[in-house]
Design a protein around this ligand. Structure first.
Ligand code: CA
Length: 335
């Protein structure tokens, strides 16, 4: 089997009045970069690369840089081709767009390998431990024309948070970090009161704090039973991660802005996180997921894939999750 053609698709939908904000940026649109890899025997594989950043540079990287490493090769050798793509771009592409592009291609190659073998990717990865996973809702962004008006936001936050609980979600992840930290604490209090005690609550800071502020915030919201605190500080600040992690009882999550086994090696060995969150569409695809998960599991770190993309990204994450052993380890049946 040989790769004959590689197509990229930039999907883009403007959000108009529905635009929303995290602590780092507005989301005026949703976009995804999809790739379709064709073969000479008619099997096609789909992949997705990148997260919320612009899709065009990822497409350009696939078309102008990676394609020449792939055309004519057997797509059923995804790990070998990953190394070839990475070695061909290592000098200028160890993180960011180049790895997102490699991720997209890698996912498509595993898709082809699975289709050629007549097996789901979860089985190619070693076998499924489960056929369903619990989903958490992500919401409570900063929304609407008055998104900077803290007092007007609080009742809307309460309504939104309660709606997820009503819809049946047992877990909710919410945003902080755009406004003053004292207002963030009020947000969490409001949300916890709205969802009651039975819904798990996670907080995503989108790396909006410095370490001192993150510690102060974390200690003040510990009373609201927080499942994890995500990206409290910028991804480069491993010392800040350690400081936060050592000074709060809330587990620390991070890794959606990290890339490859090399980036996760440093994040994990530096003791930054209790929960690693590689994005399969950004950190290196399935081939790199295997290695990142192996590193994390050996170090006692839980791995939950980050997802921000189309149905292709979601499907990739579900296959990876299916093939992830229970953590902590148990040989009991998974509920
Ligand atoms: Ca996040």
């Amino acid at each position: 089997m040989k790769i004959t053609k590689i197509e990229t698709f930039v999907l883009k939908v403007a959000l108009g009045k529905e635009r929303f904000y995290s602590s780092q940026c507005a989301f005026p649109e949703r976009n995804s970069l999809l790739v379709r890899v064709h073969t000479d025997d008619g099997i096609c594989g789909w992949g997705e690369g990148g997260q919320y950043g612009p899709a065009e540079p990822v497409a350009a990287c696939i078309e102008h840089v990676l394609a020449r490493h792939l055309l004519g090769e057997d797509p059923r050798d995804p790990v070998m081709l990953w190394e070839r793509m990475y070695c061909g771009t290592r000098d200028f592409g160890q993180k960011g767009t180049y790895i997102e592009a490699i991720s997209a291609v890698d996912i498509a190659l595993w898709d082809i390998a699975g289709k050629a073998a007549g097996m789901p990717v979860s089985r190619m990865l070693g076998g499924a431990f489960r056929d369903k996973v619990a989903a958490y809702a992500t919401g409570c962004y900063y929304r609407g024309e008055d998104y900077l008006d803290f007092r007007k936001q609080l009742p809307k936050l309460a309504d939104e948070a309660a709606s997820y609980a009503r819809d049946g979600f047992k877990m909710l992840k919410v945003k902080v970090g755009l406004l003053d930290v004292r207002e963030d604490i009020e947000r969490i209090k409001t949300i916890r009161e709205a969802i009651g005690e039975d819904t798990r609550l996670f907080i995503d800071c989108n790396h909006s704090y410095n370490a001192a502020t993150a510690v102060d915030f974390a200690r003040r919201v510990e009373q609201y039973d927080i499942g994890f605190l995500e990206e409290p500080v910028v991804p480069e600040d491993h010392d800040g991660y350690r400081r936060v992690r050592s000074r709060t009882s809330i587990p620390i999550a991070g890794g959606e802005c990290e890339y490859t086994r090399y980036g996760f090696r440093d994040l994990l060995l530096d003791g930054c996180v209790d929960i690693a969150q590689p994005d399969i569409c950004a950190s290196g695809g399935f081939s790199e997921w295997i290695k990142i998960h192996a590193l994390a599991s050996a170090l006692g770190v839980w791995v939950i894939p980050h997802v921000w993309g189309s149905g292709v990204a979601l499907a990739a994450a579900l296959h990876a999750l299916a093939a992830t052993p229970p953590f902590p380890h148990t040989h009991n049946p998974i509920p």
